[in-house]
Unconditional design. Structure first.
Length: 190
C-alpha cells in the first residue's frame, strides 16, 4: 500500500478486489475507494454490540423474520465500498443477499459510536447508507447513553424515534422488540 490506509495521505483509489486481497481479520473498511483502519473496539462498545445482537437475533428467530449478523462482516455496496456496521439485519425475503459477505444494502445497519469512529459513522457512513438505500440505521452512543432510530425518507435520514438513559427502546419496524437501554451501558453507568 502506498501509505497508511485511512490517513488521507494517499490519492490511490482502492477497489473491492484490492480490499479482498488484504489479510483476513485486518480491521479495514473500504469507503468510496479509500481504506479506513478501525482500532479495536472498547469493552463499552463491545458490550452494547453483543447485548443488542442477542436481543435482535432472538427477536428475529422468534418471528422467523430474518437474520442478524455482527461485525466484522462485510457489507459490499459497490466495487469501491465495503463497510462493516457493528450489527446488521436482513429480512427473510432478502436473505439471498447474504453469501460470504452481504452483497447489497441490509434492511438495518447499527452503528455503536466510539470516540475513534463517531465522526466517520455519523457523517460519511450515514451518507453511504442513504445513497445505497439502507432503510433504517440505529445509532447508539454509549457515552451519551442514547439510542436513535433513523429512517430513510426521500434519500436522507430522519429520526423516527430516540431514547436515552434508562428507557426501553421499541424501534419502529421491529414490532415486539424491546431494548432495555440499561442493558447496553456498563454497570458503572446504570
Amino acid at each position: 500500500m502506498d501509505t497508511l490506509p485511512g490517513t488521507g495521505e494517499s490519492k490511490r483509489r482502492y477497489t473491492l478486489a484490492d480490499y479482498l486481497r488484504l489479510p483476513e481479520g485486518e480491521p479495514y473498511q473500504l469507503i468510496e475507494g479509500e481504506l479506513f483502519m478501525t482500532p479495536a473496539p472498547t469493552s463499552r462498545h463491545q458490550r452494547a454490540v453483543v447485548k443488542l445482537l442477542r436481543l435482535l437475533a432472538d427477536w428475529a428467530d422468534r418471528l422467523d423474520a430474518g437474520e442478524a449478523l455482527v461485525s466484522p462482516f462485510d457489507v459490499v455496496l459497490d466495487d469501491a465500498t465495503a463497510v462493516q456496521p457493528d450489527v446488521l439485519f436482513v429480512c427473510k425475503e432478502r436473505l439471498k443477499i447474504i453469501e460470504d459477505r452481504c452483497m447489497g444494502p441490509p434492511d438495518l445497519a447499527v452503528e455503536v459510536l466510539s470516540p475513534s469512529n463517531a465522526g466517520l459513522d455519523r457523517t460519511r457512513k450515514l451518507k453511504l447508507y442513504a445513497r445505497f438505500g439502507v432503510p433504517r440505521v440505529w445509532v447508539i452512543d454509549c457515552e451519551e447513553r442514547t439510542f436513535e432510530c433513523l429512517g430513510l425518507d426521500r434519500g436522507a435520514y430522519r429520526i423516527e424515534a430516540a431514547w436515552t438513559g434508562d428507557e426501553v427502546a421499541t424501534p419502529p419496524g421491529f414490532e415486539g422488540l424491546s431494548v432495555p437501554l440499561p442493558s447496553l451501558w456498563p454497570a458503572s453507568q446504570r
